[in-house]
Design a protein around this ligand. Sequence first.
Ligand code: SAH
Length: 457
Amino acid sequence: MAKQTAPVNKNTIVEVTFEDLTHEGQGVAKVDGFPLFVPYGLPGEKATVKVVKLQKGYGFARIMEMSEASPDRVEPPCPIYKECGGCSLQHLSYEGQLRAKQKHVQDVMQRIGGFPDVNVLPTLGMDNPWTYRNKAQVPVGEREGGLIAGFYQKRSHEIIDMETCMIQGETNDQLVQHVKEICQKYGVEAYNEKTHKGNLRHIMVRTGANTDEIMLVLITRTKDLPHRKAILEEVVEAFPNVKSIVQSINLKRTNKVIGDETRVLWGRDVIYDTIGGVKFAISAQSFYQVNPEQTEVLYGKALEYAGLTGDETVIDAYCGIGTISLFLAQKAKHVYGVEIVPQAIEDAMRNAELNGIRNVKFEAGAAEDVIPRWVEEGVEVDVLVVDPPRKGCDASLLETILEMKPKKVVYVSCNPATLARDLRVLADGGYGVGDVQPVDMFPQTGHVECVALIELK
Ligand code: SAH
């Protein structure tokens, strides 16, 4: 129990032992039961820390001197690790990261889901946990009249210029650099968040890992893009694998990156990539997993948990461009996919056609609205796959699942907290929670993806 009054004050210097690690990579130490969150502290380490801030019930501190370092501690290889808000676990060995993620999922299952005994398997990691990202999305700004593009500083919207990111695919970094230089040369104005003036907001690059096709997206505040022709020519000349250049117009004052209106400036409106032998068309607005190597591992697990024999009717809720749906359709009788972004559903239909897969049906809409209607229309589901965004499944969708009673639910989740919350609802409604498999889709960061198998008792 946390005490009412803090046993430390601001600026108190105290010797602590770290007991835990938050998913944001902060060490947790307790002083007479009062938790202190300390950047870069690792479980088992002893250090002298200085309290920098107190809140009700907890505080923040900074490491002054390490007296006993963890055997899992490594020198972060990235030179900008401490400033950048992207990675948070580079000071922990990769093996240590995988263990920490498994433990985090176990803790959350227990604390939020009330599942003390659920079987959380060891995290499936990568052989080379670097340069894995197929997508770069960098904010553009100005400094002393020059264009900068890179990353947001930790806990801020201050842009820091960057040339390479160690978790980013190399071609993505090179193209971002090139675009930055060209835009600088032609005097393209960077967008300014504070004044909502200027134009170029973000540069986004996506590469098909198995096709090497590249899409460049220039996200602008206005419809204008001066020197457009010259910019495009220079990009295509230097990067012949660029198959699509798109402008996305985002008129709003918002943190959302991609705007509502897109137009093709050069080439196609999509690039192609393959996952496990299935070919996918990907457009600028659509969600597509950022770690292609681990996506195959993740989808492979989902397929294994679905245990299809060829006779099953499957629903893939939150289907995006139909990646999981088409993966499963090869082994199922019929797959229904639902997704809220209409453009993604257009891609999904196109992807089904591209692969000659006919036993699928896609519909645009909210899963919680569309699935109850399918049930009313007589669709009988054997396996339901859900892969919701971070906020988890809509409560009414969980109710629908309990009414539909599919034999199996395969839950793919990018947020263990909402996974645990939703599994509790399904468990209370008559389902048994089987294995939970963490998959490391985002090495060096605190994020962890899970696949869980839930079966009707
Ligand atoms: N399964 C896909 C996409 C997962 S990401 C893949 O692996 O690629 C989650 C998806 O859910 C996004 O495409 C998002 O647009 C969609 N989404 C968000 N809220 C939704 C809702 N209420 N109903 C259906 N889809 C939703």
